[in-house]
Design a protein around this ligand. Sequence first.
Ligand SMILES: [Fe+2]
Ligand SMILES: [Fe+2]
Length: 260
Amino acid sequence: MPAQILQLTDLHLLADPEKTLKGVRTRDSLIEVLQLIREREQSGEWNFEYIFLTGDLTHDEQLATYEALRELLGDWLPRCRLIPGNHDDRALIRKVFPELVSSSTGFINFSVETAGWRLIGLDSHVEGELYGRIGSAQLEWLSSELSTHVRQPTILFIHHPPVSVQSAWLDRIGLRDAEALNEVARSNSQVRAISTGHVHQEFSENFNGLQILTTPSTGVQFLPRQDELVCDQLPPGFRIFHLFENAFESVVIRLPEIPG
Ligand SMILES: [Fe+2]
Ligand SMILES: [Fe+2]
């Protein structure tokens, strides 16, 4: 069986579990996603190595909300890694998830290995802004990780996508230093994919063997190819990766219907 990893993104949790975002109770929606994963794990269908949570963990950036997330992740916590989105607070993430946050850089990022694959999470949070930026210090760190593990096929996880998703309003709040990141990715041929969140929709583009993916939110969905925000009526989802010896497959899994 290939190694499996999960990507959950854009949870947008709120301190009050009854509160909704665009009509969706994001807490209930995440609970249903976690239940689906739990069932597949218990049935033996899935045996995942990691869950990567790729930002916008909370919507309100409150301590109680991060604590609620920690509680929901339960015994999966040691297998979780996280990076912030625009709707996150680095200080609160550090406070609530101290064991998951590396202390060596000012960023909340990760670099782990499983089944011969290198999986790297990058922090694109910019204080007080909706757009993202990786920054030169973190790009240097990425380059050094890639040159240290040059033989390991690699997937990068970031909150903000480094390409246009063909929606004017989302492209305006994308990754400001996408070119610099894509340059590093293209010049290290072991980087096979960059998987992101932020756009609350499924999107895929392949340039010269480098797959750019975006993953739906575990809550609210945005309709693709719009000039302004329009909600989509698709159920919440997440992404699973199957890691083979030198190739991967990835699919989006959605709940059967919108919760509630
Ligand atoms: Fe989001
Ligand atoms: Fe976001």
